[in-house]
Design a protein around this ligand. Structure first.
Ligand code: GDG
Length: 527
């Protein structure tokens, strides 16, 4: 059985020197951590700078493992920036007022999903299983079904699914839901996201769905919760590599005696960097003993630099960094050290290891892998503490993190102070519990549990078990039940909505003569 993984972009790019390197970001980290013996084919848009001619010259192992889809730049821009990033990203992260919807962009979104669907459908055989990732590809499952793809199709959402009250705002809400409902299994990081999705189906599509799934077009669609994880062993190993330890030592020597609170985020509004700076400033104000002792090291990874909102966010963050430093700096002490860049993995791990606390203040975050990586990278002798926004999926996973509501600036600053004051024994115990969990539940377990459920999803369809009667006409369905009877049987029939259509007022729910007649005929039958 082969896995066909489908995501927006293929997970590599050409760097400035023309070498192929793995791209960064949560989805790539999660999928790269999966160890499996299954053969895999990854389908996605070709990386920037690789056109069809260049693809022919790619190393053979790439050609075997990856299948690029080529889309012209303008269409890609309208699909990726116009819809995925300017509509779905803000809406699903509860930033409803930031949505910029245009019909032209929506057409491009449909077109790109269709182009990808064609390529997947050309490659998929009945024995494969297709695993589609994230909000760029909501329409793909149903398109594949309509193209006659017969293998199992799973869909996993890496970002939150919002409350139905917010989701209802989306101009293309029905199209989106119908698109994803083509899957056999739809997975989320957290129960709350699955619950919002089921409620949305109830409220927007008028379909009865619960946390386990729903029936749609005579098919059973399963819903499941699969919190993503990381390749814990790999991160742990790299965290103690000579390269990481050397860099950590250099950092320590350059700033002796300093304690660090660490932040690692893409410079995206969902990550709550403004809140984080306010929280840190509050710490220095309300817990003055930390002035001169504790600094915030914020690594802000550049993202969507050409977009106005992101440029404004960057200016605001940098203005605040300047303000805090202007207010609290002393000779030899800079309260906020800010780096607008990404760094090599071993440097990132060294920063994880040499900081006293990680501060995550996301306004909303599907999971937040940084928090998970931080835990497994810690030094047993002197582990740091995770201070984590309760609006992350990771908050359900990291039982020993100190949770904060990042909008409560003062309360969060107090929690950060508490984290900095924890005894060594308490820090070690917290780390031990979370690390033990992460070593038993890693990225491969995440993928395996999703795949296991995907392979059994929809078996009810095939076995014909518990088909709802309303998928056929009631007399036809009853006829089938009756003809298979061998001994006496009792039929329990619901009334409102079953024997009688749901009515506005109860007194209108009167049994129609034809149904009354049908029941009389049923009762007259033997058994
Ligand atoms: C999306 C969802 C969900 C970051 N800076 C550097 C670097 N990174 C790596 C981290 C981590 C990844 O990027 C970031 O992952 P997150 O999960 O924190 O965030 P998103 O990119 O927004 O991911 C998120 C995720 O998908 C998975 O489902 O958790 O909620 O938004 O792995 O280590 N890596 C290196 N240098 C850096 O400077 N090497």
């Amino acid at each position: 059985m082969r896995w066909i993984i489908v995501s927006n972009r293929l997970p590599f790019r050409k760097n400035e020197a023309g070498e192929l390197t793995r791209s960064s970001g949560g989805l790539v980290t999660a999928l790269s951590g999966v160890q499996t013996d299954a053969e895999q084919l990854w389908v996605g848009i070709a990386p920037e700078g690789i056109d069809e001619a260049a693809w022919q010259g790619m190393p053979l192992d790439y050609q075997k493992s990856y299948q690029p889809v080529f889309v012209d730049e303008n269409t890609y821009d309208a699909y990726y920036n116009g819809i995925a990033n300017d509509v779905f990203w803000p809406l699903f992260h509860y930033e409803g007022s930031m949505i910029k919807f245009s019909l032209d962009n929506w057409l491009a979104y449909q077109r790109v999903n269709y182009e990808i669907a064609k390529v997947v459908s050309d490659h998929a055989t009945h024995d494969d299983v297709i695993w589609i990732h994230d909000f760029h590809l909501f329409l793909l499952p149903q398109m594949l079904k309509e193209m006659g793809v017969s293998c199992r199709i799973g869909f996993f959402l890496h970002i939150p699914f919002p409350s139905s009250e917010l989701f209802r705002q989306l101009p293309v809400r029905h199209e989106l839901l119908q698109g994803v409902m083509g899957a056999d299994l739809i997975g989320f990081h957290d129960y709350s996201y699955a619950r919002h999705f089921a409620n949305t189906l109830n409220n927007v599509m008028n379909i009865h769905a619960d946390l386990r799934g729903f029936w749609w077009q005579q098919r059973r669609v399963e819903i499941g919760v699969y919190p993503v994880s990381i390749d814990s062993a790999h991160f742990q190993q790299e965290a103690t590599s000579a390269e990481t330890l050397t860099y950590a030592q250099q950092w320590k020597t350059a700033q002796p005696g300093r304690r660090w609170v660490l932040g690692v985020d893409r410079l995206d509004y969902t990550k709550g960097l403004v809140l984080k700076l306010q929280i840190f400033a509050d710490l220095l104000e309300s817990h003055p003993q930390y002035r001169g002792q504790v600094s915030l090291l914020q690594l802000a990874i550049p993202t969507r630099q050409d977009v106005d909102e992101y440029q404004k966010l960057r200016s605001e963050v940098e203005r605040m960094v300047g303000e805090i430093n202007g207010k609290y700096s002393t000779p030899g002490y800079t309260p906020v050290q800010y780096m607008y860049t990404s760094v090599p993995l071993h440097e990132l791990l060294a920063l994880y290891r040499q900081s006293a606390a990680l501060l995550v203040t996301s306004r909303r975050d599907g999971m937040n892998l940084v928090a998970l990586e931080y835990v497994v990278a810690q030094d047993d002798e002197d582990p740091g503490v995770v201070v984590l926004s309760e609006f992350t999926g990771a908050a359900s996973m990291l039982s020993e993190a100190l949770l904060i509501n990042p909008w409560d600036i003062h309360g969060s600053a107090d929690t950060l102070a508490e984290a900095l004051g924890l005894s060594l024994g308490e820090r070690q115990e917290r780390k031990r519990i979370m690390q033990s969990f992460l070593s038993h539940y890693n990225a491969s377990d995440w993928a395996e549990s999703f795949m296991r459920d995907l392979l059994t999803a929809g078996q009810e369809n095939e076995a014909g078990a518990s088909q709802p009667l309303f998928s056929k006409t009631a007399p036809q369905a009853l006829q089938e039940v009756l003809s298979s009877l061998k001994s006496q049987v009792y039929l329990f029939l619901d009334y409102d909505g079953t024997l009688v259509p749901i009515q506005e007022r109860p007194e209108q729910a009167v049994l129609p003569a034809s149904t009354r007649d049908l029941m009389a005929r049923l009762l007259a039958k033997e058994n």
